[in-house]
Design a protein around this ligand. Sequence first.
Ligand SMILES: Nc1ncnc2c1ncn2[C@@H]1O[C@H](COP(=O)(O)OP(=O)(O)OP(=O)(O)O)[C@@H](O)[C@H]1O
Ligand SMILES: [Mg+2]
Length: 224
Amino acid sequence: MNSIVAKDLVKVYNQKVTALKEVSITINQGEFIVVMGHSGSGKSTLLQMIGLLDLPTSGSIFINSKDVSKLPKNAIADVRQKSLGFVFQAFHLNPQLKAYENVMLPMLINPEYKNKAEMEKKAKELIDVVGLSERAEHYPSQLSGGEQQRVAVARALANDPDFILADEPTGNLDSENEVIIFTLLKELAQQGKGIMVVSHNESILEYADRVYYMKDGVLGDEKR
Ligand SMILES: Nc1ncnc2c1ncn2[C@@H]1O[C@H](COP(=O)(O)OP(=O)(O)OP(=O)(O)O)[C@@H](O)[C@H]1O
Ligand SMILES: [Mg+2]
């Protein structure tokens, strides 16, 4: 079973704002982990560090026991592409592409896919996984916010990552769609993905295997 282990992460922005103060956290495959906290507490910063989207000022990130935080930039990008999928508050779909074509996008730079037909097949399977079989050929403008976010979840699964990191994934959704997205992420955890969601939405708590509260860059003790 694979895991992400973040150890003693410190992030200082512009040599003055300390957004993370020696934060350590582990995400195992098959777990749904939630990090809650007020605005500005450092949740997104933590997700950016764990997601290898930005480097910590100090500390390490181990993925499957390997310290990836000290690798050269292109190797980090490679790990990110293979092991991690992302979902953000804004869906960031390409409006010119159909739903399944959006899901194909991350596959285009993955050498494991041999040809376009294979990518198309996989993308349509993932559209099925998120319950949008009938909408595969639709453009984002023809989909509701909740449906667009489901496409974004399918896109996060494109390269079959072990982990999905989500930053306020229901921030733009109503409570009905919130339930759909949280349930979908929970199912993915039960199927073996490691899921970390950062949020200040209390309704996520019932889905969590473990919950952490962040305050002023400090991660509190775990609560079940
Ligand atoms: N790129 C940046 N440059 C400078 N300061 C930053 C940057 N990103 C975040 N910060 C600061 O770091 C601290 C933590 O911000 P962060 O975005 O991680 O909080 P958050 O918990 O995600 O907040 P929110 O709930 O509003 O999304 C804040 O003081 C913020 O202003
Ligand atoms: Mg944030």
